[in-house]
Design a protein around this ligand. Structure first.
Ligand SMILES: [Zn+2]
Length: 206
């Protein structure tokens, strides 16, 4: 009867996996100190609520749940998978700089990209191409989320401007990303004319 004892050990060993950085926009992911995670600011919570409403209309009960944290040691924004629990961490310096350049819609677009990685791991969609990298798939989900977001009078320009301005080090160039964001936007019933108008007048400001 002895072998059963050994089998029990084999199951217990692999349980402690290190947290995995799924996406990091901007540089400095190596300097991130998880112990300095703090509650998000009320402004960030308000934008997350807007994003949440859009995401719920896409995945309903199947939406992944995740926590949101503010952390001054984080790169611009990141998605971390910690033993199956996902969290989004943003840098407050980054949030304020991006807000000044692109406003609410820019921040929503950045969070939509980060969240897009989590959706990519949970949902499938006919408009996702297998040849796309993980970063491009997250861009496509960001396009999908933007199609479900009220972007207001400023349209989609600030959303595209923010996505273009804050890539991850692993990202392809914007000329490859833009058609992918568009595919996700149209895949989730966004208006082609609205997207194409924004794509012609990029809102990149310095
Ligand atoms: Zn990403």
């Amino acid at each position: 009867m002895r072998p059963r004892f050994i089998a029990a050990f084999a199951i217990l060993l692999p349980l402690s996996a290190a947290p995995e950085i799924v996406c990091a926009l901007g540089n400095g992911a190596a300097g991130y100190k998880p112990a300095e995670d703090q509650r998000p600011s009320p402004d960030a919570m308000q934008l997350a609520g807007r994003l949440n409403a859009a995401v719920k209309s896409i995945c309903g009960q199947n939406c992944p749940t995740m926590a949101l944290f503010r952390n001054a040691t984080a790169p611009n924004a990141m998605l971390i998978n910690d033993s199956g629990q996902a969290k989004i961490v943003y840098s407050p310096q980054f949030l304020s700089a991006a807000y000044d350049r692109f406003g609410d819609v820019g921040i929503v677009a950045i969070m939509a990209h980060v969240l897009g990685h989590a959706l990519d791991g949970t949902l499938g969609a006919s408009w996702i191409k297998n040849s796309w990298t993980a970063e491009l798939r997250a861009d496509a989900w960001a396009g999908c989320i933007l199609a479900k977001t009220d972007t207001g009078a400023g349209g989609l320009e600030p959303a595209l401007g923010a996505l273009q301005s804050y890539p991850s080090p692993a990202h392809a160039g914007w000329n490859q990303r833009l058609p992918v964001v568009r595919a996700g936007y149209l895949g989730c019933a966004g208006e082609p004319a609205k997207f194409d108008k924004a794509a012609r007048t990029p809102a990149v400001k310095n």
